[in-house]
Design a protein around this ligand. Structure first.
Ligand SMILES: [Cu+2]
Length: 176
């Protein structure tokens, strides 16, 4: 092996190893810094959960549906237009029911619960991405700002039709 004098330029092979090491170090530093990305905005807000019997939750869904159904149906699911305040959404194999119609500018407390086994709840409009465990309800505050259809979906494998378990919330103009 030839002896390279001190201070001699690196050959091409050493250059590319140097570049690879720099990329590796930069990647490592970015990954190590990931917790800082939560600051100052914070991670997704921790969902508020509390124990609630499935029976009780279903009674609340039914009461809201009986009082505020629009008469319209989305497939087999009734469309409900609650006036604001507490609204309920049940996750069951393989749908979310009822279909909620909300008003822009109105504030709601959205209660979500799985009623027949584990499900997931991914709903970007409410910044929600959480697991639903039977016997617990998850509650979040939601003030939609713009009209439109907002998708929600189950993101916890729950059976053969899981990949089709989606729903939507429709936001309409505020009624005075
Ligand atoms: Cu699922």
């Amino acid at each position: 092996m030839p002896v390279v004098p001190a201070g001699a330029p690196m050959n091409r092979g050493e250059d590319s190893w140097g570049a690879a090491a720099a990329v590796w170090v930069a990647t490592f530093l970015l990954v190590a810094a990931m917790p800082a990305w939560w600051w100052p905005e914070g991670a997704l807000p921790a969902p508020e959960t509390s124990p609630l019997a499935t029976e009780t939750f279903l009674e609340r869904v039914d009461a809201m549906t009986a009082a505020h159904a629009t008469g319209e149906r989305a497939g087999d699911i009734p469309v409900v237009h609650p006036p604001g305040g507490d609204v309920y959404l049940a996750a069951q194999r393989f749908l979310f029911t009822p279909a909620l119609e909300l008003e822009a500018g109105q504030t709601y407390r959205l209660h979500v619960a799985a009623v027949d086994g584990m499900h997931g709840f991914n709903f970007p409009l409410a910044d929600a991405d959480t697991m639903l465990i039977p016997g617990w309800e998850t509650v979040m505050t939601l003030t939609p700002v713009a009209k439109g259809h907002y998708a929600l979906q189950c993101n916890e494998y729950c059976g053969l039709e899981h990949s089709r378990m989606m729903g939507w919330v429709r936001v309409v103009a505020r009624r005075e």
